[in-house]
Design a binder for this molecule. Structure first.
Ligand SMILES: [Zn+2]
Length: 454
């Protein structure tokens, strides 16, 4: 492998099994050694970060970039620039909200063309499973390199990405199982949501009230969807991953599936871990997402599940739109786009809340680096500071506070429910494959990100 060209050292390096003094040796973009703190070959560049934390870059497996087709909502340049500033060195793009949606090899190649040369960090892609695209699944993996697939069990919010039925899944899941790629599932079933809509017709609530939005997406929709997916996972042995888990009532189902040894994982998101429905003001549509942010008691049970490993990871579900669609002026939850923008803030939001509850930096590494890298099949390249892996590193100060102001945000429209929060954790520098992609003093290089394939 040869001697290191670059050595990054500090008193707090997050190695796979410990955090302590160490030096990370880098050659040709890869880690060639993790050595004692003071070891460095003669003649190489040494960057000593003192007491700052050197951690594997965050892997965010749930990002809606929206380009091509809805680039006015978000695009590769703005999203990956926000990622770099937030310590995210790999993101995986969701197959919907771009036009075309990534549901065929042709559409995937359009994505590649839109992204290539425009990314500040490494980017992978999820394909979509929609009714009738079974024949596209294998080529999207073998020729296009998608890392897995996403589907919806309920209306996705965009017409061009229809939901799948249980029958559709019985056709596609054995294909995914044979391909060895995961199926990411938006786990809400329409039945309980339709029922809630009918009862809201009888007893209409104000569309400006958060309580009305919360009641429109009952826990039962999630609980039933997860029960269905556990059954299909058992039947087909396809790897199933529940995205943006919100209902704490469904945690026993996850526990049961894991006890049984089923290949099923789940993520939750920073907004479910930070906010609670009780504190969301009426008309504050920046908080709208689906499934919704629920009660404080629900939030604490999500934390407990994360701590126990029933929820495996944290992903941002960064899903911005144009300001008009967010209906900030009308405050109408029924008409506002459901989606929260916060990719850049994922690490400090999660850390601030984790630290408050006694969790450690090692937990953060497990939830935000190792777990998501494994989900995306990138565990041999990303997610750890270990020999042979890409030298993706975030250097940050977990004790330093900052306030979220629009001026610091790099995603396209500076709208986020995290606005105004005081958070712990300032990012100083970020490296992707040994190259500086963010520097708080502004000397970073941009657009060095590569497109990742399986
Ligand atoms: Zn999403």
């Amino acid at each position: 492998m040869g001697l290191a060209q670059l050595v990054v050292r500090s008193r707090r390096v997050a190695m796979p099994d410990a955090i302590g003094p160490a030096s990370v040796h880098v050659r040709d973009g890869r880690i060639v050694a993790v050595a004692p703190h003071d070891v460095a070959p003669v003649g190489c560049d040494v960057l000593d970060f003192g007491d700052a934390v050197v951690m594997p870059g965050v892997v965010d497996t749930h990002v809606h970039v929206n380009e091509p087709g809805r680039t006015e909502w978000e695009g590769f340049e703005s999203a990956t620039s926000a990622a770099a500033k937030g310590g995210v060195t790999t993101l995986v793009d969701m197959p919907l909200n771009s036009v075309p949606p990534t549901v065929s090899l042709g559409a995937l190649l359009e994505k590649h063309r839109a992204a290539k040369g425009h990314c500040a960090v490494d980017v992978g892609f999820w394909g979509g499973v929609v009714p009738g695209n079974e024949r596209e699944l294998a080529p999207m993996v073998s020729q296009g390199g998608v890392l897995g697939f996403k589907c919806f069990l309920v209306d996705s919010g965009v017409d061009e990405f229809p939901r799948v039925s249980e029958d559709n899944l019985r056709t596609s899941m054995p294909i995914l199982s044979a391909l060895g790629v995961p199926l990411l599932v938006h786990a809400e079933l329409p039945g309980p949501i339709d029922e809630a809509a009918r009862s809201q017709l009888t007893f209409p609530g104000s569309p400006k009230k958060y309580a009305t939005h919360l009641a429109s997406r009952p826990r039962a929709a999630e609980n039933q969807a997860i029960a269905l997916m556990v059954g299909l996972c058992r039947e087909t042995r396809a790897r199933v991953h529940i995205v943006h888990h919100s209902s704490s009532d469904a945690i026993p189902l996850l526990r049961e599936a894991k006890r049984e040894g089923l290949p099923l994982t789940a993520e939750t998101c920073p907004h479910y871990l930070r906010f609670s429905s009780e504190e969301i003001p009426d008309g504050a549509t920046t908080f709208k997402c689906a499934p919704p942010i629920r009660e404080q008691e629900n939030r604490e049970l999500l934390w407990q599940a994360l701590g126990e490993g029933m929820l495996d990871m944290v992903a941002s579900d960064h899903s911005p739109c144009s300001p008009a669609l967010k209906h900030g002026d009308t405050g109408d939850f029924a008409r506002a786009w459901g989606g929260i923008a916060g990719l850049q803030l994922s690490l400090p939001v999660t850390w601030t809340e984790a630290h408050r509850r006694g969790y450690t930096l090692s937990d953060i590494v497990r939830w935000m680096c190792v777990g998501p890298a494994h989900l995306a099949g990138l565990e041999n390249r990303k997610g750890k500071l270990a020999v042979g892996l890409d030298a993706d590193m975030v250097i940050w100060n977990p004790e330093e506070r900052f306030r979220v102001e629009p001026g610091i945000l790099r995603h396209r429209h500076k709208i986020t429910p995290f606005q105004g929060l005081d958070l712990l954790g300032t990012v100083q520098r970020v490296f992707v494959r040994g190259k500086l992609v963010f520097d708080a003093s502004g000397r970073e290089e941009t657009r060095l990100g590569q497109l990742l394939g399986r």
